[in-house]
Design a protein around this ligand. Structure first.
Ligand SMILES: CC(C)(COP(=O)(O)OP(=O)(O)OC[C@H]1O[C@@H](n2cnc3c(N)ncnc32)[C@H](O)[C@@H]1OP(=O)(O)O)[C@@H](O)C(=O)NCCC(=O)NCCS
Length: 469
């Protein structure tokens, strides 16, 4: 069996168009600080008419293959996680096959996985399991998480975002799975769902989704700790992992989640915490599970107790989710990418625990062990290739009015045909794919920006109806 299977290489793409949360807050008439301090968000990326989940995945996959020098023929499995529906039958994976067909590689298993923000994790597990299985043919797996998170006007709108992430999967990886350490919780809930197929917007019960998230976290953590004890012969506490990465709809929920893990450690074994912390949490030790989700004093006390550990073990994972927003399936992996960006090769030897949550609901806690590996698959090279600081710096801020106008246009365009976009790619970086047309048969056409000229001819490196020209 292949050893140390995991993530060999990563790349991330997010749209260069964004809006500052402070500006949106003022525009929406929300009280000052609600989006920035209350939700903990700084900025939000969004797709204009030129970009969608397909163009973002074409961009990120092409970039990953080029920057790590991976031959398209070396890919044996391609899995996509997404909850942004463009077609109810044709998978996003099949659009990405255009990249591989060019090189004569059509022998690639895998399709799309969908369950809210969890689809990327399902795709990742499929690839890792494949490489660890007897059906593995020795080639790489490739996972793509791609989503555009948009909400109707109202309280959920500031929790949008957009991005695509690609992860190359294989043995001897710098980011290796501790495959026996996984705890899942799956159940039925109507916290966030997309029943209206004529609209890109979800139906969301925001308060219920927070409680579902925290309940799923507790349950996953319990299963994870039980499995850890079986494998390692001792109890798991927060101190046994160097970093914790959470699915991040907005940063405040991440702060609450980490505090919740600490409260779990306290309930299991109060002496796992320092005296002062124990005293602060003691008044809440007799609350029922249900009561504890609604208790504001507990929330406040546990966040206060957890703050120093949060700063050490979670804060380094928060950069992209705070700057780009909720990226649905890509959100957890963007948080993980933030950690690599911040800590680079110092992560070698560290254990990183991740919590993936998808409304509806599906959730898993799993563990990664980070290792020193050779170029190009080293932690420092992954950080260099992703160039997160450069990508964040080269963004263009839209005023709220222009953002709202873009959302209105996208509402109108959702599911439509006979569309020709402006093709003005001046805000996009070279190498970015963008939508040029949806024809009378709903077939989508994309082009690749090949230079810094503002209008790229659509026949220059373009992809038309499933074929690269
Ligand atoms: C998350 C969501 C419910 C918040 O909307 P809301 O109900 O209008 O917001 P709230 O009134 O609860 O305010 C949000 C936070 O900001 C705080 N806040 C409000 N105004 C504030 C201000 N002026 N300054 C500082 N903080 C402020 C609130 O106290 C609250 O913090 P708390 O949770 O610690 O109490 C909404 O954005 C949503 O539905 N998002 C999508 C669903 C989602 O992402 N779910 C996550 C699970 S996947």
């Amino acid at each position: 069996m292949a050893k140390n299977v995991g993530i060999l290489a990563m790349d991330i793409y997010f749209p260069p168009t964004c809006i500052q949360q402070e500006a949106l807050e003022a525009h929406d008439g929300a009280s000052k600080g609600k989006y920035t301090i209350g939700l903990g968000q700084d900025c939000m990326a969004f797709c204009t008419e030129l970009e969608d989940v397909i163009s973002m995945s074409l961009t990120v996959v092409t970039s990953l293959l080029e920057k790590y020098g991976v031959d398209a023929k070396q890919i044996g499995r391609l899995e996509v996680g997404s909850e942004t529906v463009i077609d109810k039958s044709k998978s996003i994976k099949t659009f990405l096959m255009q990249i591989f067909e060019k090189f004569g590689n059509t022998d690639i298993e895998g399709v799309d996985s969908t369950n809210a923000c969890y689809g990327g994790t399902a795709a990742l597990f499929n690839c890792v399991n494949w490489v660890e299985s007897s059906s593995w043919d020795g080639r790489y797996g490739l996972v793509v998480c791609t989503d555009s998170a948009v909400y109707a006007e109202g309280p959920a709108r500031p929790t949008g975002g957009a991005a695509a992430i690609a992860m190359l999967i294989g043995p001897d990886a710098p980011i290796a799975f501790e495959s026996k350490l996984r705890g899942s919780h799956m159940s039925h809930a109507y916290d966030f769902y997309k029943p209206n197929l004529a609209s890109e917007y979800p139906v969301v019960d925001g308060k219920l989704s927070q409680t579902c998230y925290l309940m799923a976290l507790d349950s996953c953590y319990k299963h994870f700790c039980d499995k850890y004890e079986k494998v390692e012969g001792k109890q798991f506490y927060i101190s046994d992992a160097d970093y914790f990465v959470f699915h991040s709809p907005y940063n405040k929920l991440v702060q609450k989640s980490f505090a919740r893990l600490l409260f779990n450690d306290f309930l299991r074994n109060p002496s796992s915490l320092a005296e002062g912390a124990k005293e602060k949490l003691h008044p809440f030790s007799t609350l029922s599970g249900e009561e504890s989700y609604q208790n504001r004093d507990l929330e406040k006390a546990s966040q206060q107790v957890a703050k120093p550990l949060y700063d050490e073990k979670v804060q380094p994972t928060t950069l992209i989710p705070k700057q780009v927003g909720n990226m649905y399936t890509a959100s957890l992996y963007a948080a993980f990418a933030s950690l690599i960006h911040n800590k680079k090769s110092t992560l070698a030897g560290n254990r990183v625990v991740l919590f993936s949550y998808g409304s509806g609901l599906t959730a898993t806690i799993f563990s990664l062990r980070l290792r020193d590996c050779q170029h190009p698959f080293s932690l420092s090279n992954i950080s260099t290739v992703m160039d997160i600081a450069g990508k964040l710096k080269s963004r263009h801020e839209f005023p709220p009015e222009k953002f709202v106008e873009t959302m209105k246009l996208m509402e109108h365009r959702y599911g439509a045909k006979d569309i020709v976009t402006s093709k003005d790619s001046s805000l996009l970086l070279t190498g970015t794919y963008y939508l040029t047309e949806v024809d009378s048969m709903y077939r989508r056409f994309y082009a690749k920006k090949t230079s810094d000229s503002s209008i790229t001819p659509s026949n220059n490196g373009s992809i038309a109806n499933g074929h690269c020209k």
